[in-house]
Design a protein around this ligand. Sequence first.
Ligand SMILES: [Zn+2]
Ligand SMILES: [Zn+2]
Ligand SMILES: [Zn+2]
Length: 302
Amino acid sequence: MNATLLKIIVVTALGLFAAGISAAEKPYVVFLGTGAADIHAPDGCHCPNCTYIREHGQRNRRRYSSLYVDPGLVIDFTTTGMAGLQAARIAPAEVKCLLITHSHGDHFDAPAIVQLAEERAKKTPGPLPVFGNATVTAALKKHLASLKRSVPLAPAEVTAYRDFAAGGWTCTPMLANHDPSQQCLFYVLTKGELGVLYATDTTWFPVKTFYAIARKKLDLAIVEGTFGPQTDPSYLIGHMTFAFDRLVRKWLMDSKTLKPGGTFAVTHLSLHWVPPYDLVVEPLGKEGIVVSYDGLKLPIGK
Ligand SMILES: [Zn+2]
Ligand SMILES: [Zn+2]
Ligand SMILES: [Zn+2]
């Protein structure tokens, strides 16, 4: 074999090896669910949105909002969580930790979390850590105490703006603007150069949260758009509309908090109040807004 041919073989092999490594190492998110609290609305409502969803199904249907962040972190887990994992072909044993935003039933369900922890324990030793605010951890502990068995689950209370490590990420809980009866949180996850924002449930962020987010560099920003195109101010009490999403996106881009070429996506979409996926994906796409659907996988970083 001559030297040139050998060189080509070695360089090609190294290239393939490097490509394999980078593909394996590249983190991603999978939307396990993208709906708001009204995921069952299409079962009984005859408005145009719900009727379309009922008739067309597919990406127009939505489970309760939940996000899988590779490798093994899940944000929010409720009654549709297992179906979300199953559809994404993620085994319970792969889940390393849960982060909960707040105690509302479309984000947190103690029996569903217990089921996940017990399924996971069949193959993965040790308790499943569940991070959440004081309301969430108290509710989880109360549910565990009511069971007549020990569950491999470890509730851990977290507080706004205090970083903690989980699932291979540094997690910064941000104070949300959602329900005054508890400290509702959302999360920024960072690892090396990579950053992900997952902001649900919240309306326009508290000032301190804007400052805290501005200290991060994001590859992917996922923000709730519960009431979509609605314009009445009553829809902005506790949640966002597309008008707010556009402003948040502009702020993230103008402040360079979202890296150039970074991705902005909306989730936690009401099935009744937001036109179905098929009808919003294109117009919002033209504005640079990705409309999420259950099962959507997005890379973190280029
Ligand atoms: Zn919600
Ligand atoms: Zn809520
Ligand atoms: Zn409806």
